[in-house]
Design a binder for this molecule. Sequence first.
Ligand SMILES: CC(C)(COP(=O)(O)OP(=O)(O)OC[C@H]1O[C@@H](n2cnc3c(N)ncnc32)[C@H](O)[C@@H]1OP(=O)(O)O)[C@@H](O)C(=O)NCCC(=O)NCCS
Length: 292
Amino acid sequence: MPADLCESRERGGDGALLDSTKLETVSLAHLALTNPRGLAGLEPLFERTHGGGARNPGWLPIKLKRECVDLNASCVVRAPSAGDRDPTWLGFALVGTPPSLAPCARMSGMGVVPRYRGRGLARRMLAHIQGALPSTHDKLRCLSEPRNRSMYAHLGFQESHHIATLLHFGAGSNTALADPLDARPGRGEIIAQWLDETWVHSPVESKRLWETEDGRAYLTREGCSLLVHRFELADTSEIERGALILDQLRASVERDTPVLVYGWPDDPDALRSVERRGWQVAQRACVMVRGY
Ligand SMILES: CC(C)(COP(=O)(O)OP(=O)(O)OC[C@H]1O[C@@H](n2cnc3c(N)ncnc32)[C@H](O)[C@@H]1OP(=O)(O)O)[C@@H](O)C(=O)NCCC(=O)NCCS
């Protein structure tokens, strides 16, 4: 939907902004059941709140599955005049309940369209989530970019730890990675990890494994890049050793292929060890947790 059309729909007949006290917060499961277009409005909404960046076709269903998004606990904010057939959504919060984090639920993305920011919609969605979480879950965790940390702190979240996404490029002549079904039983120390579930629920054709005597990386192909979901060392958690073994991984990947490592510890020693080998920090985030 063109942005100007979206904006005109967010205005009342007299051109005034809709009164945010009259907006509805409804769960995505409810919308998926009543709205014939299902969750089709979510992709353009995500792009409006988070920017149109390079996402691969079909990214949203993959995201929902990988991150164990619970539609009953997730919500959108909807303008009151909108019918189910053509809803105007002004904000959303996706919440996952991956078993590996229980009893903590996990925010998989929250956004409010720019015109409606600062009017209490994020606070309202967090209150909705509190009432919608399964009784097995009494905490919510989110990944905050540096610019949102003070807002999440204001909303009752506390800092847990910091992680970085690393970027470097393949240095080999071709990409020769094994089929994950050939993996030997798990061993060693986990140095960097997204979630168990994100790798388990990734499309099988995208999964690859890299393994030596010293370490192992669980990867998926994401467009033209390779993403390391989990990086293990065989007998040590020594970060210097990990940085060295990441160089061996790069040597198994075709030259110039972007290699991303998710969940690298964001502390000065851990970052120095990879930055001196040419890795860049593509993104930093703070894991923040709030109890209910
Ligand atoms: C982050 C975002 C979802 C916030 O939504 P919002 O509806 O504007 O937030 P709210 O108006 O509900 O604000 C929530 C509270 O945080 C406070 N707040 C907002 N920014 C703050 C900041 N930088 N520091 C401290 N408090 C802040 C608000 O004053 C409000 O507090 P109050 O209810 O006590 O007055 C919205 O800005 C957005 O979509 N940003 C782009 C996408 C994004 O960054 N998403 C989050 C990570 S995935």
